[in-house]
Design a protein around this ligand. Structure first.
Ligand SMILES: Nc1ncnc2c1ncn2[C@@H]1O[C@H](COP(=O)(O)OP(=O)(O)O)[C@@H](O)[C@H]1O
Ligand SMILES: [Mg+2]
Ligand SMILES: [Zn+2]
Length: 509
């Protein structure tokens, strides 16, 4: 007899329907699986055979043909254990399956018949939720993740036996609240706060400016000056994520199986700090069935590249496209897959290999040639995407004993949100939202400057030898500085401060 169940395959972040057909007929006892890679098939057969017998079902002594359709869709083997095993049980007519439902199943089986958690459940659940009469039988451990999809009916199961009970209708399904309901019940909380950072007025100002105009930032300072501490707190001053943003981020983590246990929707903006030794695929994304990398885990949040010159040049080059487009394209012979990767880039570096160049307390031991080589490791194209450079000096000891109260993240965030709202309103007819994205052609229209400001800009450009590109960056930055004061016309103070964030152009690079 022939029996069909359904499952899903994950391509990129999206789930695609798979039909799992099981046909059992008289003939030599042999099991054939079509539609899976060879290696996965053999492992799968072993698990299903044991799981069935250990759950009290006899494996049929007949000709068993299993087809996973469509055949040309790349599939990973283990999650089809559950639909295949239940398909065999149903095709053998061991049980009577509820007729009014369309069953989707996913989950790996252990030899003793337990159902193991699987990746990508949220993408599957969001798709299944939209299909009429569909119900989803899935690993119990993935329950909370599946319930984030709006209006889904699920049977979370711990064993193959429970899955069979679900098919028969002997246990009650669970229906999700809407994700939006869950979202509004909780609030965003970070476990770090800018109030923890003593002093550092200049660095904090640079960071607030970066957050306000969505500019990328490079911090240069000796070890222990607090660069990592500052970077970690940047997500806390960005506006809270909307429901749709949070859902999108949660899906990325789900696909890689990185949601914490008892997970709910991820509502804190991500902070990712990949080490410079991380592989290309680990950072950018990849694999034979492509999965997202660190830049996608930083989506809607902060990607922190500590010790920037240690990163390989070709890896830094690969960041250019996501920095332009907010997504990364992973090319494959058959089809290309794109993952979201819209993040604020925060980079940090020492001023020289030993770390103490320019330090008032400790002598730098690097030769000028070594410093030059160190600086030149950062490619021009990536520096082109970083509007703000700021020096982070080691805090003086008096700050650590100071009892002066520092501003909290919440206070800073309020200003950042106000400033971003000005930009969103100004650019509502454009394809972009923030000052950092103003195209060259629009600069003169949206960056009106006082004549004093203009004079200062041209004078500095000539005397410091800034390029035409630097001109654009200074104007975009000055636009943000003026917006922070709610001023429509950029003046000489804004220009002067913006130039100061570019001075390192000349000094180091
Ligand atoms: N401004 C500061 N206020 C409070 N603590 C600080 C400050 N700067 C540095 N620290 C302390 O010094 C530690 C080292 O700072 P870190 O951010 O790791 O420096 P870096 O990344 O520049 O090497 C921090 O974890 C923190 O405990
Ligand atoms: Mg550090
Ligand atoms: Zn040095």
């Amino acid at each position: 007899m022939l029996y069909n169940f359904y499952s899903m395959a994950i391509i990129g972040l999206d789930a695609h329907e798979i039909r799992v057909e099981v046909d059992i007929s008289n003939g030599l006892p042999k099991t054939t699986v079509v539609g899976l890679p060879d290696k996965a098939v053999n492992e799968s057969k072993e698990r299903i055979f044991s799981a069935l017998s250990n759950s009290g079902f006899e494996y049929p002594c007949k000709k068993v043909t299993i087809n996973l359709a469509p055949g040309d869709l790349r599939k990973e083997g283990s999650l089809y254990d559950l639909p295949i095993a239940t398909g065999i049980i149903s095709a053998m007519e061991y049980i009577e399956v509820q007729k009014d439902k369309k069953f989707y199943l996913a989950g790996e089986l252990s030899l003793d018949g337990l159902v193991r958690k699987t990746n990508g459940i949220l993408s599957m659940a969001s798709k299944i939720a939209k299909i009429p009469n569909a119900v989803f039988i899935l690993p119990y451990e993935n329950k909370d993740e599946a319930l984030l999809a709006e209006n889904i009916t699920i049977y979370p199961v711990k064993t193959l036996y429970e899955a069979v009970e679900a098919l028969k209708g002997e246990i009650e399904p669970i229906k999700s609240k809407t994700g939006r309901e869950i979202f509004s019940e909780e609030s965003t909380k970070y476990d770090v706060d800018f109030a923890d950072v003593k002093g550092q007025k200049l660095a904090k100002r640079a960071i607030e400016t970066a957050a306000s105009g969505n500019h990328n930032l490079l911090m240069i300072g000796p070890p222990g000056s607090g660069k990592t501490m500052l970077a970690r707190r940047i997500p806390t001053i960005l506006p809270p994520m909307t429901y749709d943003e949070a859902f999108e981020v949660t899906k990325i983590y789900s696909v890689k199986g990185l949601l914490p246990k008892n997970s709910s929707i991820i509502r804190e903006r991500p902070f990712r700090s990949p080490h410079h030794s991380l592989s290309y695929a680990g950072l950018i994304g990849g694999g034979s069935i492509p999965t997202p990398g660190e830049i996608s885990f930083a989506h809607r949040g902060v990607l922190f590249l500590d010790e920037l010159p240690e990163f390989e040049r070709n890896i830094l080059e690969m960041l250019r496209q996501p920095l332009e487009d907010g997504k990364v394209l992973i090319s494959r012979v058959k089809n290309s897959i794109s993952f979201p990767a819209s993040f604020m880039l925060i980079a940090a570096m020492n001023p020289c290999p030993c770390g103490y160049y320019g330090d008032p307390t400790k002598k730098c031991e690097c030769s000028p040639l070594r410093i030059k080589k160190y600086m030149s490791k950062i490619s021009g194209p990536i520096l082109d995407r970083i509007d703000i450079n700021t020096e982070v000096a080691r805090p003086e000891s008096k700050y650590f004993s100071s009892t002066e109260k520092e501003e909290s993240s919440e206070e800073i965030r309020k200003r950042v949100e106000e400033c971003r709202d000005i930009q969103i309103t100004r650019f509502k007819k454009e394809k972009f939202k923030y000052n950092s994205e103003i195209p060259a052609g629009l600069l003169s229209k949206v960056c009106k400057t006082t004549s004093l400001g203009e004079k200062l800009l041209y004078k500095t450009m000539d005397s410091l030898g800034f390029t035409a590109r630097a001109y654009g960056r200074i104007l975009r930055l000055a636009r943000t500085l003026a917006d922070m004061e709610k001023k429509e016309i950029i003046d000489d103070n804004h220009i002067a401060e913006a130039i100061q964030y570019r001075i390192h152009d000349r000094k180091y690079f």
